[in-house]
Design a protein around this ligand. Structure first.
Ligand code: FAD
Length: 355
């Protein structure tokens, strides 16, 4: 761990939570009950981790006191619960570097240049940072960020261009539809919008699918079944995409931009370099406070390991509760960390903004 420079833009805070999945969100609540403010950082552009990314509309049956809710509903409830503590979210950025400053505090850097300094760091990074699966097609890597994209971003850059949207999931269908609607507006007009998938089968809400089929029928959206086999460019400018069609033909179609939605895959990524003891890519913790072997750093949820570990949301919530007690001993060293009930404690009611 080397000492980085603290810049004027550095945010100083009690706690930073890496990961805004269900456990990271609940961690923020438990830290709040200990009078500890937190900043949450997530690589995704939204909170909820696996619950939102992998099973947003599927039912969960084993959250205590909630007989059934979807992943999205659970996350909405967690967001409502942490509101009194007003945590700050830094989304769409990965925590890349963690190091120790001379005064013992912890320095956290993110992929967007954000720098935070905290007294405690809680790693709630689940199965790792979700990152867009990249297109393996020849020529794609060189054009990434200019002509090949993995997020829609600012759609005005597609004005007057032939745009191809790749993928068969909801994100691809929604993006193609959005662009095709925009193609009808005079102020913003891609020359053409094409949705391409290897099969004529799409996984999206029925309403969205119908809207997509309607857009194809009325000529606002083109549908191409096939796989991209090469991107043809000159001087770093995409001109065309070569497509292998299901009937064995290879066709060449004009394209200046390609937006690929090929799903997200989790990557442990930089966490492996933070000096934490790991066992089979999981952070080793003690089960008293869920502290790692590095002072001031805790790990909760799917990212940690200990004898008997179960990767369940309920278990992550328990871990976050004990980690908050461990964090309180560091953030408020002179205070006694007593167990208080939210039902009866006026101090907790004050922290929750109820009195
Ligand atoms: P995650 O939900 O994985 O969230 C971690 C977050 O950290 C992610 O958003 C990630 O982007 C972010 N992150 C990671 N590294 C970084 C970094 N370096 N910088 C910034 N951000 C980072 N559990 C149950 O209890 N009941 C169920 O019914 C259930 N059903 C499931 C169904 C499916 C299909 C799956 C896949 C899982 C299910 N689970 C269920 C398991 C449950 O989803 C996980 O236990 C839970 O999501 C773990 O929460 P977490 O907050 O620890 O991690």
């Amino acid at each position: 761990m080397t000492a980085p420079t603290v810049t004027v833009n550095t945010i100083h805070t009690d706690a930073v939570i890496v990961g805004a999945g269900p456990v990271g969100l609940f961690q923020s609540f438990q830290l709040g009950l200990q009078d500890i403010r937190s900043h949450l950082i997530d690589a995704l552009p939204y909170v909820g981790g696996q619950c939102v990314e992998l099973y947003a509309d599927k039912p969960i049956y084993d959250i205590p006191g909630i007989p059934v809710c979807t992943g999205r509903e659970l996350v909405a409830q967690l967001q409502a619960q942490i509101k009194p503590f007003a945590p700050t979210f830094h989304l769409n950025q990965e925590v890349t570097k963690v190091s120790r400053l001379e005064d013992g505090s912890i320095s956290v850097n993110t992929s967007t240049g954000q720098h935070l300094v905290c007294k405690v760091l809680v790693v709630a990074a689940g199965v790792g940072a979700f990152q867009a699966r990249k297109l393996a097609t020849e020529g794609a890597a060189e054009l990434e960020g200019t002509h090949v994209h993995y997020r829609m971003g600012d759609a005005s850059r597609f004005s007057g261009q032939d745009v191809w949207v790749l993928g068969g999931e909801e994100a691809a269908v929604a993006a193609a539809l959005k662009l095709s609607h925009q193609a009808q507006a005079p102020a913003f007009k891609p020359r053409s919008v094409t949705l391409m998938h290897r099969r004529d089968v799409f996984a999206a809400e029925p309403v969205l699918l119908q809207a997509m089929r309607d857009a194809v029928a009325n000529g606002h959206l083109q549908l191409q079944i096939g796989q991209p086999i090469a991107l043809l460019s000159t001087a770093q400018h995409l001109n065309a995409v070569q497509v292998a069609t299901p009937d064995g033909q290879t066709i060449e179609c004009p394209a200046q931009h390609l937006v690929a939605f090929l799903g997200l895959s989790p990557k442990l990524g930089p966490i492996a370099n933070w000096g934490l003891a790991l066992e089979r890519k999981q952070v080793v913790v003690n089960t008293e406070t869920f502290a790692t072997d590095v002072p001031g750093i805790f790990a909760v949820g799917d990212i940690n390991t200990y004898p008997g570990k179960k990767k369940l949301i309920l278990c992550g919530f328990h871990e976050a509760t004990l980690a908050a007690f461990g964090a309180a001993a560091i953030v408020h060293p002179t205070r006694k960390t007593l167990l208080q009930y939210t039902t009866t404690s006026t101090e907790l009611h004050r922290l929750l903004g109820l009195v």
